[in-house]
Design a protein around this ligand. Structure first.
Ligand SMILES: [Zn+2]
Length: 283
């Protein structure tokens, strides 16, 4: 599933492509992708309008239109927004097609069809249930180590699950959670309340920002089929030190990386670099 760096990369590629482009026609062949609108009202509300801004909140892509409406897209597992020439072959998984006035089209392509596109007044998108409950953006200035410490004190949730919980921090998924914990030398199953010394919180805060920023810098991680709206794959998967590396040697100590289920997800970690804390000596 695309996480914050992949969604941010898609947004940046959309800024280069669809901004200020008018929508001529909209074709929808899977109504399940539109949980809040009928195909007719979705198409009618968009035709003749242009994309005026592109932004992101957590893993949501927000496409503002020139009539105070916003298209809220969540790619879920396999969703893609692809900007293509209108006369190029249409993939069978491109279930929503926006024909634009400049000879291009924007396709919503989704093999597994778990993604959603919701059209609503711009003033209301922050109230969508999935968005209203999101924690802070980890790359914004208000996400500080002090704030993180306050969220962690007294919390028994395991740290991997804590990072994956979108109510705590927006945008982190399984790939970046593994990478963050490896960098911060924290075991995925460690209860958050065992990690609240200043140095550990600072290390975790830094690792969150650093891994996500590096993910964006490399255009995201293309594990299966993730590409941006220009069809470009990311390359951060080549920098992965933990995710998907169970059974392989640790890049820091050479020890064999282990794999376990943590936070309901497959997790890879180094037993030597990411040891469990001894709870008997914790304050
Ligand atoms: Zn190691």
């Amino acid at each position: 599933m695309p996480e914050l760096p992949e969604v941010e990369t898609v947004c940046r590629s959309l800024l280069q492509t669809v901004l200020d482009q008018y929508i001529r026609t909209v074709t929808v062949t899977r109504s399940r992708l539109l949980p809040n609108n009928t195909i007719e009202e979705f198409s009618e509300a968009l035709c003749g309008h242009c994309f005026s801004a592109v932004h992101r909140r957590g893993k949501y892509i927000l496409l503002d239109l020139d009539h105070d409406m916003t298209l809220v897209v969540h790619l879920r597992m396999t969703g893609k927004l692809l900007y293509q020439l209108s006369d190029s072959p249409l993939d069978k998984h491109s279930h929503i097609v926006f024909e634009l006035d400049g000879g291009h089209r924007l396709c919503y392509n989704d093999v597994r069809q778990f993604g959603t596109l919701q059209l609503l007044p711009t003033a209301l998108w922050t109230q969508l249930p999935g968005i209203a409950a999101l924690g802070p953006e980890p790359l914004e200035d208000d996400f500080t180590a002090e704030w993180l410490m306050q969220q962690m004190v007294g919390k028994k949730q395991k740290v991997k699950a804590f990072l994956l919980d979108q109510h705590n921090i927006a945008g982190i998924g399984n790939i970046y959670a593994d990478e963050i914990l490896f960098q911060a030398h924290i075991h995925p199953e460690e209860p958050v309340c065992n990690l609240t010394d200043t140095e550990t919180v600072q290390d975790l805060w830094f690792a969150i920002r650093d891994r996500l920023e590096q993910g964006i810098r490399y255009g995201g991680s293309s594990i299966k089929d993730y590409v941006d709206s220009l069809g470009q794959a990311g390359s951060f998967q080549k920098q992965h030190r933990a995710y998907g590396r169970g059974g392989q040697p640790c890049t820091e100590c050479g020890c064999t990386m282990l794999k376990m289920i943590s936070g309901g997800r497959s997790s890879c970690y180094c037993p030597n670099c990411q040891p469990r804390r001894d709870s008997s000596v914790l304050p």
